[in-house]
Design a protein around this ligand. Structure first.
Ligand code: MRU
Length: 366
């Protein structure tokens, strides 16, 4: 396993690193990932030469966010195939690296199916088919991102009757999680480009600070007017009438429209309902899971206590030694609290199981 870091500081010659790329080296193919645990201080890459390295990058959140996890899973299968590893076992390890984002399973299975369909022609041909499937998914996700941005801005303008919007977002849903410009963040960016974003309120997103470290970084790079707040400050912001809409992503959307997303999303949905503010979920149809019937059927990842009891990165203790912690990575918002779900195939508003499954079927061409 080759797992080394190539480091660059922000401001160096190359300011925009790709989030994920496939590279052919003298020692064989590599999957090169922008290490998101090191942002915003450092733009560093982690280089994966085999599936255990990819699984470690997924578990540590070096690579993260539902759509990008799907793309990573697909390239991971291609890597196993190109390196002559046991592709079935590799796909199973990749798919199980994190349990909630259904995109990871989707991307992994997509590349595995391509591999299986071509394997009669030889392993080299099958490896090529897996890589082609990963590349297609990467491209399609970029296209989906652009379409979601368009549909999302249209819906925002409709729900808020034009004007400039003050949008609150949670976690990180921009170019760092996608082949394109992201999901919810891409809608806010479209509003900014159209001159209709008054302010992006960025929840810091405890405990791993995806909002503070990543969304604020992306917003600053895009020149958006943004303000960071602690997750607990959202309530007073609503009470002050400073939020026009919430835009968040999703890790899995159940067949009835229940939405799993970063922990802290559900309390925002409750706040939004009380304050009559639209709670809008933006996600590609690859995040809809037709075999998960409802919210309780979604497995929520539980993470280590030290993410809560210590400063991020395993730093200074924040609690006495031996303190236990409740640390779910996600929570589930029931469909009745979701104003709309926006996908590349269009939006459902109000959210119903039929509407969500209609979008999913459209994405399958049926
Ligand atoms: O634990 P993470 O950082 O992978 O969680 C990411 C989120 O919860 C995002 O909001 C979600 O994946 C949607 S990204 C389009």
């Amino acid at each position: 396993m080759a797992d080394h870091y190539a480091r660059r500081r922000a401001g160096d010659e190359q300011t925009r690193l790709p989030v994920l790329r496939w590279e052919e080296s003298a020692d064989g193919p590599l999957l090169v990932l922008l290490d998101q645990t090191r942002l915003p201080g450092e733009e560093a890459e982690t280089v994966c030469a085999d599936v255990p390295a990819v699984v470690a990058a997924i578990r540590s959140l070096a690579v993260r966010g539902a759509p990008l996890l799907g793309i990573t899973g697909a390239y991971g299968v291609a890597l196993a195939a190109a390196r002559g590893a046991d592709v079935e076992a590799a796909a199973s390890r990749l798919a199980q690296a994190r349990p909630t984002a259904v995109n990871l399973r989707y991307g992994t299975e997509l590349a595995l199916d391509a591999y299986r369909s071509a394997v009669a022609g030889g392993v080299e041909q099958a490896a090529g088919a897996a890589l082609a499937a990963a590349r297609d998914l990467h491209r399609e996700d970029a296209a989906a991102s652009a379409r979601m941005a368009g549909h999302g801005l249209e819906l925002l303008d409709e729900l808020l009757s034009g004007g400039e919007h003050r949008i609150l977002t949670h976690c990180n849903t921009g170019a760092l999680v996608s082949g394109g410009e992201g999901t919810a963040f891409a809608v806010a960016l479209a509003a900014h480009r159209a001159g209709r974003l008054r302010r992006l309120w960025v929840d810091e997103t405890r405990p791993l600070l995806q909002g503070a470290r990543l969304t604020a970084w992306e917003a600053a790079r895009s020149g958006m007017p943004y303000t960071l707040l602690t997750d607990n400050a959202a309530g007073s912001l609503f009470a002050a009438g400073e939020v026009d809409a919430i835009l968040i992503g999703a890790d899995r959307i159940a067949a009835n429209g229940a939405v799993a997303n970063k922990v802290g999303s559900y309390p925002l949905a409750v706040l939004a309902r009380y304050h009559h503010v639209p709670f809008i979920v933006v996600a590609p149809t690859t995040t809809i899971d037709p075999v998960t019937p409802d919210g309780p059927a979604i497995e929520v990842e539980q993470r280590a206590a030290d993410e809560v009891t210590r400063l991020p990165g395993g730093g200074r203790p924040l609690a006495p030694g031996g303190t236990t912690a409740y640390n779910p990575a996600f929570d589930v918002t029931p469909p009745e609290l979701v104003t709309a779900i926006v996908t590349e195939e269009g939006a459902v508003c109000p959210v119903t199981g039929d509407g969500v499954m209609g979008l999913w079927r459209r994405s399958q061409g049926s």
